[in-house]
Design a protein around this ligand. Structure first.
Ligand SMILES: Cc1cc2nc3c(=O)[nH]c(=O)nc-3n(C[C@H](O)[C@H](O)[C@H](O)COP(=O)(O)O)c2cc1C
Length: 362
């Protein structure tokens, strides 16, 4: 049972949901808050500190699942499924906890629910034909685009169905990714935050715990809940520059972003202040203190931090530059361990990457 604290009681009283006559929590359209899509994209962060005293309402979870269900899927074959888990009611919690990667244990135990997103490879072989039929019946696939019955039955469907599972695995995982992303944004729009989490400690362990057949692949674990930290998570996390990621007409021709577009996107809240916002490190240390966890963050070697800050590819703004300088000024930074350098050297050389740059040897 969850503890009812003053905080959770307050949120319960503020919660716009009502119980219907059957005791189920009901919600009406007027009660659903609407964060515009671009703002929800801007508000999204991977949240790692969840309020253990707040449970996400069932209607919000259903809304997130609906968002996944409504995501685009190839040939309308609906390959993405999910298992929603609450640690207070799921008998498999101990097994689940054993499988999650060590750095995610605290996250799953403080989050409200876990969603295990599954990709059903059999959907490809068993539902491609019906899926295409639903699209024709819906008026989505028409002769205008060259669809004709004879070709579909003798060429398209048999060709699709003959794909090996390695290929369908790749195709359908992409589609599950779309469903998950859409579900995360729907959550943010309702103030429910998310993080995708690896279950790498025991490969195959989750499939085993749930008794999944081989065609049902665990694609990703997803924790959801109400943030314990500020929901801005200390700011929007830095990315590579737009023109380093996007190309125009040919690979290598940078797609230059228009400063006016960026300014407008800032105004609507899609592009937000970059991390770390002032007070971030004090905030996470305060939370660590409350939950008897270690304070502080991990830092990289001084030479590496300096090199990174000079890397032209990254879109570093003043906040992260100031933090890097502070970390350098405080000093006491480590060097890479020898065995890590060896691993780097081996792997980067295998991929024809300039390892000297990353090991400070140039
Ligand atoms: C597929 C996927 C798996 C991830 N796995 C983990 C994880 O196991 N643990 C974790 O702390 N963060 C995980 N993350 C979160 C990323 O590290 C995160 O995207 C990164 O911090 C960028 O920040 P943002 O999501 O807040 O914008 C994952 C993200 C993705 C997309």
């Amino acid at each position: 049972m969850r503890r009812v604290t003053a905080v959770s009681l307050r949120f319960f009283l503020l919660d716009p949901t009502k119980k219907d006559q059957g005791g189920r929590v009901s919600i009406s359209a007027a009660d659903i808050p609407q964060t515009p899509t671009l703002k929800a994209i801007g508000n999204r962060r991977s949240i790692r500190y969840y309020d253990p005293d707040r449970t996400v309402e069932d209607w919000k979870i259903q809304t997130m699942l609906q968002a996944g269900r409504l995501a685009s899927c190839q040939g309308n074959i609906n390959a993405t499924e999910a298992i929603v888990v609450n640690k207070d009611t799921c008998d498999l919690w101990d097994e689940i906890e054993e499988c999650v990667s060590g750095f995610n244990v605290q996250i799953i135990n403080q989050s409200s629910h876990l969603i295990f997103w599954l990709t059903n490879l059999n959907a490809w072989y068993g539902r491609a034909n019906d899926g295409l039929s639903t699209l024709a019946l819906s008026g989505a696939l028409t002769k205008y685009h060259g669809w004709n019955y004879e070709f579909t039955m003798t060429q398209t469907v048999p060709r699709l169905m003959s794909f090996p599972t390695e290929r369908t695995d790749q195709l359908l995982r992409f589609e599950s990714g779309q469903a998950v992303a859409q579900s995360m944004l729907a959550g943010v729009s309702l103030d429910v935050y998310s993080i995708l989490i690896a279950f790498g400690r025991k490969p195959g362990g989750i499939e085993k715990a749930f008794g999944l057949p081989p065609n049902l692949k665990l694609t990703w674990g997803h924790a959801i809940g109400y943030p314990l930290e500020e929901s801005h998570g200390g700011g929007q996390r830095v990315r590579l520059k737009f023109n380093k990621l996007f190309h125009k007409d040919a690979y290598g021709t940078p797609y230059e972003p228009d400063p006016q577009v960026d300014a407008a996107l800032k105004e609507v809240g899609m592009i937000q202040e970059q991390a770390p916002i002032a007070g971030r490190f004090e905030e996470v240390d305060e939370i660590a203190g409350r939950f008897h966890r270690d304070p502080g963050v991990v830092s990289w070697p001084a030479r590496e931090v300096t090199r990174l800050m000079n890397d032209e590819d990254w879109d570093f703004g003043p906040n992260i530059r100031a933090r890097a300088q502070q970390v350098l000024d405080e000093g006491g930074l480590p060097d890479y361990p020898e065995e890590m350098k060896e691993t780097f050297r081996k792997i980067m050389e295998e991929h024809n990457l300039d390892v000297r740059k990353f090991l400070g040897e140039d």
